[in-house]
Ligand binder design. Sequence first.
Ligand SMILES: Nc1ncnc2c1ncn2[C@@H]1O[C@H](COP(=O)(O)OP(=O)(O)OP(=O)(O)O)[C@@H](O)[C@H]1O
Ligand SMILES: [Mg+2]
Length: 274
Amino acid sequence: MIEVIDLHSTLGRQKVLDGVSLTVEKGEVLALIGKSGVGKSVLLKHVVALMKGERGRVLIGGEEISTAKGRKLERLRSRIGFLFQGGALFDSLTLFDNVAFPLREKTKMEEKEIRERVLYELEQVGLKDMEHKYPAELSGGMRKRAALARCMVTTPEIMLFDEPTTGLDPITAHSINELIKRTHDRACFTGIVVSHEIPDIFFLVDKVAMLHEGRIVAHGTPLDIMKSQHPIVRQFITGGRKEMEEMLEPIIKKLQEESRNKGKCAQERENEKV
Ligand SMILES: Nc1ncnc2c1ncn2[C@@H]1O[C@H](COP(=O)(O)OP(=O)(O)OP(=O)(O)O)[C@@H](O)[C@H]1O
Ligand SMILES: [Mg+2]
């Protein structure tokens, strides 16, 4: 569903992406991990063609978005929901109008239906009764949750989340992860989640890819990555601390149990293969 093929991208004088190749299958959710400043947000922006590389291609459902223009670009982008790292809400619109925006832009829904949908989505992210507030009146975490509601309100086929839970308290972060999981089970979208929350994020996704020095250095199931002997991956997962090795054991065990206990969307995919 998402194919990145030998993507090279230089920003200023810095070669940020140096031959990135990565595939996300239909219905799969992939966690993109890697050090701060390595180019994770830049890679997501290439997937929606907000940035263009000097070499390589990005395909969405087999169609090239990296060279698409006008109508075609618009059509491909409309299949994708994007949660920007900073939220990127419209400051001059209330929360209600922010979340309603994609519905008014992309669908022919009646105002009454839009109202129900928006209020439902705001409630899901814990912002019930906040619809009249403006982004400036909210805390950072509330803005993040509102942006998430706006990203999910149209349940697009593809969702890209750039750090959906960073900066939130642990309870809210957990409920947002659960919400993403529930939405995925219901809508079976294809997704990429950028996250620093290791190991928590491993329990949410089907695959993990690690970006390092402009390339994908590891790509596999959460269990594969957790057990990987690749020195860069090991160092990243343990934070370079020897004592963490022991602490990973119960996490590996839990991941093994979870992989037997797949979510609804994963089961649907398995059934399709048969
Ligand atoms: N618009 C831009 N113009 C020039 N350089 C940029 C631009 N956007 C990003 N960069 C540079 O590209 C590199 C990768 O940035 P990016 O934001 O993708 O990192 P990241 O992996 O998302 O980091 P973090 O985990 O901190 O969010 C950085 O060195 C950054 O300075
Ligand atoms: Mg980033």
